[in-house]
Write a protein that binds this ligand. Sequence first.
Ligand SMILES: NC(=O)c1ccc[n+]([C@@H]2O[C@H](COP(=O)([O-])OP(=O)(O)OC[C@H]3O[C@@H](n4cnc5c(N)ncnc54)[C@H](O)[C@@H]3O)[C@@H](O)[C@H]2O)c1
Length: 253
Amino acid sequence: MFELDGRTALVTGAGQGVGTGIAVALARQGAVVAVNDIVAERAAETVASITEAGGTAYALPFDVTDRTAVASEVRAFERRVAPFDILVNNAGNGGAEGFRPTKFRDTEPADWQRFADVNLFGVMNTTRAVLDGMCARRHGRIITIASGAGITGASFGISLYGAAKGGAIAFTRHLAMENARDGITANTLALGLMDPAASGRTASVTTEMAKGIPVGRLGRPEDIGATCVFLASREAEWITGQTWQLNGGAPTS
Ligand SMILES: NC(=O)c1ccc[n+]([C@@H]2O[C@H](COP(=O)([O-])OP(=O)(O)OC[C@H]3O[C@@H](n4cnc5c(N)ncnc54)[C@H](O)[C@@H]3O)[C@@H](O)[C@H]2O)c1
């Protein structure tokens, strides 16, 4: 079950953290994986670890917010290697270096754009680039990595991020309905707190917050990778338009 032999996947932001876990898991199940990241060296590192383990992967660095680059890189890859069957929209800037939670009343309009750019428009750019081909082949799996912040309110200053992730959740739900008869499934994973060590970051505010997670630990990239394998598989063809909260049982409303 859950074999991905013969499938080709694009995972965005897969140079570290959650994205690496997803790329590794898909490759382990037999998918050929295009490892995207805006930082080319990171993409290359993920490719190296997949190929060392016997999988097949290619680095495909580009900025998901650059629509022209996304379209041309996807087109070139599909001509050179294979068309994409699976898209995992993972690139996001919630845990990015330099992100400081800021209450909305302390933000300026100039701050708003960068959250929508990567967490919402980035998702649209990559989806647009692969969708026509998936519909023509009557098979596609689109998985978008969102956040509990897109569902549940928080008091500590993540409204801009939450708004963009909430937009991605709603977008993916409509995408699922529009393309269900063309063999496409589209689902969202709303993540809870992930272990910052997976992204090369040291203890942060999340370590303290983790004490309240019912299962008693932060999320790991392999937790998300396993769910992506399932949603990408043939066995999951009846699951679409859903938002699953992967958060160790943390409060969800
Ligand atoms: N870390 C958490 O606690 C947490 C919680 C909920 C949701 N999420 C979401 O999970 C996803 C992965 O999070 P993470 O913690 O692994 O993040 P991370 O910051 O560790 O890694 C993200 C990767 O995406 C790349 N990236 C950033 N902007 C890009 C762009 N414009 N184009 C291409 N690549 C880009 C970065 O270079 C980086 O390698 C994100 O969408 C994030 O918002 C994370």
